[in-house]
Design a protein around this ligand. Structure first.
Ligand code: GLN
Ligand code: ZN
Length: 769
């Protein structure tokens, strides 16, 4: 390249793409169902890209390359897979006549077919966004199989917007990949680096030819500790950016969201990339020595948090920018991460109080903050007013009613170790055996039953006011009775009420606790066309009145079998909400823990003998750096113990976790001290029981024997076989039999058959004990 173009002084690292009214979700689902064709889908996608470009430009991101080209039909990792030809062999050849992986191939990889399993999904760093895991082996045949991102750039350019195309960088891509099924044991996808780099280079050349001035290569894996030695990663980074900077290409920005680069900063500094983004919000401003290494490059300072929704402390950001500037570098302003993790626009939430709204910044507000801070860099005086306003708002937040509730704080301060500990397990086990009198291999489910369209429509009508609260309550009770009768008929030992009254396992509690608010349009992409609407946890948390008790009492009144009370644990409530950033997460978690503790006491008083506290998100918040993990596990485990340790010896506390890879957190799971833990296991064919055996897990455990993530009905013989494996590794007296997650997303047709097979298989195995 002759001269490097100037990097835009204000930009976002990424922007939501699901559409301000979830237009993409609607278009994609319509395309899948066949009600619109590919051309109509394309039109909808283009409209979203144009609306985004216009909006960001209006907000002041109007320099070339300021608008991130982060539109995606489904997932940014899948985008790379379909551009470089990374298709696992089980799909056969998905290329069309032109040799390309078109939109049909793209969705086939994402969703699978009746015969072929889709790519596996897993969480993107410490967010609740899920990407599709590439499967790479020695056999993967890399070549340029799509130019979609080039076409998207050309489309925006034709409409007057020079965007900044985005690609997950090669090192992150391979570090996030897993070895394909065809690969030999011990194969590392990173060993294919030399083979994917030419394809990336070809794509960069095509972008340059189309007129792209800058391209963004996203390398978040560089801020997370990996299994591989850091020297191996340093070599991979050096080699990648040696190859990618050598050819014809746009100027290259490498972005590194989610934390500090540590040992990899010097490596990137030594490369010929043109700009480096550092996360100066969750990470830190690099030291003066580190900054000195970046001389000659633009540093893109990610000072505005892209991952949470609080209004930026502009004074603090200005101070960070000053530190970059003091190093004599050319500095630009951006977000710490893509804003795809937050909703579009606070101004859409007119039902929130103006005060709460003034504390918040969604993606559009963050764009404005970035623009303000860029103006500050050029002329500090120009931003003085905005900075003073942000400071005043943050002060008002600290002093606002509900943010700081003395009674909650006093209760927390008075806690002692005894509040976190129950009696010895042996004592509890004996008391529970007597209270429950369950057969060996007790059968149960994880909590939710299918959310039918009748249930959803009743809720929608109740929200609109077309039915009364009392009518809604009657409909839910009828549903509970139906679900209880069904379980009795199938022959379950421990019943659930089915959770029909819950829109979502976190939002339901957020709506019923003080300290939370919920949004109307605050959708955030979770995966593909699926979105969640996280609640906002802004104040001290209290429980004004029992939440689940009346439902549980009613459900228990319908049966002589034990009915499980069903709660969501503190870590999961935090993980799936936007959480206040003005105090340590552990303190907030303990406040939620105390509210749940009171709920558990009320459930016990209402005659509920088994209470399940779900913690499916325990793994998700695990810090990316090993050094930070112990303290996380400490506060997260403690908040669960605080929630549950008030229960009497005879009350059985269950928990449910949504994954089977126990690895790093098995000690933490043990530390929860639940009487029974149900986990995922069906997909991995019970591999987890080996871990449990090795670990010497001593309390009750229910490895899921029915994979609820697919409509497939497991045969009775299949379940018998899985149970046969389980009893070889886990003592029978500890074993429970259950599906591997809640049934909420399933239909009744397959659910009922599967559950009957599960119970009948258990009877078969029991008879042989
Ligand atoms: N009790 C919840 C349910 O059954 C648990 C869901 C989850 O772990 N994600 O839906
Ligand atoms: Zn689950």
């Amino acid at each position: 390249m002759s001269t490097t173009p100037v990097f835009p002084t204000a930009s976002l690292l990424g922007y939501p793409r699901i559409g301000r009214r979830r237009e993409l979700k609607k278009a994609i689902e319509a395309f899948w169902s066949g009600s619109i064709d590919e051309a109509a889908l394309d039109t909808a996608a283009k409209e979203i890209q144009l609306v985004t470009a216009r909006r960001l430009s209006d907000l002041g991101l109007n320099e070339d390359a300021a608008i991130p080209g982060t539109f995606s039909y489904y997932d940014q990792v899948l985008d790379v897979s379909t551009h470089i030809g990374a298709v696992p062999s089980r799909f056969g050849d998905l290329r069309n006549a032109a040799g390309e992986l078109d939109i049909n191939a793209y969705f086939t990889l994402a969703r699978g077919t009746a015969e072929v399993q889709p790519l596996e999904m897993t969480k993107w760093f410490d967010t609740n966004y899920h990407f599709l895991v590439p499967e790479i082996g020695p056999e993967t045949n890399f070549s340029l199989t799509s130019k979609r991102i080039v076409e998207q750039f050309e489309f925006a350019k034709a409409n007057g917007f020079v965007t900044r195309p985005y690609l997950v960088g090669p090192v992150t891509y391979l570090l996030l990949s897993k070895a394909s099924l065809d690969a030999p044991a011990g194969f590392s996808p990173l060993s294919r680096l030399e083979d994917i780099l030419p394809v990336y280079a070809e794509l960069l050349a095509a972008l340059a030819a189309a007129g792209a001035t800058w391209v963004q290569l996203d390398e978040p894996a560089l801020v997370a500790d990996q299994q591989v030695d850091v020297a191996v990663i340093q070599n991979a980074v050096a080699r990648s950016y040696e190859v990618l900077t050598a050819g014809k290409r746009p100027a290259i920005l490498v972005s590194t969201p989610f934390g500090a680069l540590n040992e990899l900063l010097p490596t990137l500094a030594a490369s010929s990339i043109d700009a480096l983004h550092v996360d100066a919000f969750k990470g830190a401003v690099p030291s003066a020595d580190e900054l000195a290494l970046l001389a000659g490059k633009t540093v893109v300072a990610g000072v505005v948090d892209g991952h949470n929704i609080w209004r930026n402390d502009l004074a603090a950001s200005a101070a960070r920018l000053d530190a970059f500037k003091a190093a004599g570098l050319s500095v630009a302003v951006s977000t710490s991460t893509s804003t795809q993790h937050v909703p579009y626009d606070v101004e859409q939430e007119s039902q929130l109080s103006p005060q709460l709204r003034s504390w918040l910044a969604f993606a559009d507000q963050k764009a404005a903050e970035v623009v303000t801070l860029a103006a500050y860099l050029a002329d500090p005086a120009s931003a003085a007013h905005a900075i003073a306003e942000a400071t005043a708002v943050i002060a008002s937040r600290a002093a606002a009613p509900g943010v700081n509730r003395p009674a909650v704080r006093a209760r927390l301060a008075a806690l002692t170790t005894a509040d976190f500990n129950r009696s010895a397990y042996e004592v509890r086990e004996a008391a529970q055996e007597e209270a429950l009198a369950l057969p060996p291999l007790p059968t149960t489910t994880i909590g939710s039953f299918p959310q039918t369209s009748e249930i959803r429509s009743a809720r929608a009508r109740a929200n609109k006011g077309t039915i009364t609260g009392a009518e809604y309550g009657q409909l839910m009770k009828a549903e509970i009775k139906r679900v209880v009768d069904l379980q009795e008929d199938i022959g379950f030992d421990v019943l659930v009420h089915g959770e029909p009254e819950r829109n979502d396992m976190v939002q339901y509690f957020a709506e019923n606790l003080e300290g939370f608010s919920v949004t109307v349009h605050g959708w955030v992409q979770s995966y593909g066309s699926r979105c969640t609407r996280p609640s906002i946890l802004w104040g001290d948390v209290t429980r004004e009145a029992p939440i689940t008790v009346e439902w549980a009492r009613y459900a228990q009144s319908l049966t002589d079998k034990p009915m499980k009370g069903m709660l969501t644990g503190p870590v999961t409530i935090l993980a799936w909400s936007f959480v206040r950033d003005d105090q340590p997460l552990g303190e907030t978690a303990n406040q939620v823990g105390l509210a749940l503790r009171d709920e558990i006491a009320d459930l016990e008083a209402a005659g509920i003998k088994i209470i399940q506290v779900d913690e499916p998100a325990l793994r998700e918040l695990l810090p990316l750096r090993h050094a930070d993990q112990a303290s996380y596990l400490d506060w997260s485990v403690n908040s669960f113990r605080l929630a549950t340790a008030g229960a009497g010896d005879a009350t059985s506390i269950h928990t449910h976790l949504c994954y089977s890879e126990f690895g790093v957190i098995i000690d933490a799971i043990d530390g929860l001290d639940a009487d029974v833990t149900s986990i995922e296991a069906a997909r991995s064919r019970m591999e987890v029981v080996n871990d449990l055996e090795t670990h010497g897990f001593g309390r009750g455990v229910g490895p899921g024997v029915y994979d609820i993530h697919s409509p497939r009905v497991p045969g009775q013989g299949e379940v018998t076989e899985l149970l046969g494996t389980a009893v070889k590794h886990v003592p029978v007296r500890q074993l429970w039999v259950n599906p591997d997650c809640g049934l909420k997303t399933r239909g009744y047709a397959e659910t009922e058959k599967s559950l009957r097979n599960l119970v009948n298989a258990t009877k078969e195995v029991r008879a042989q004990l």
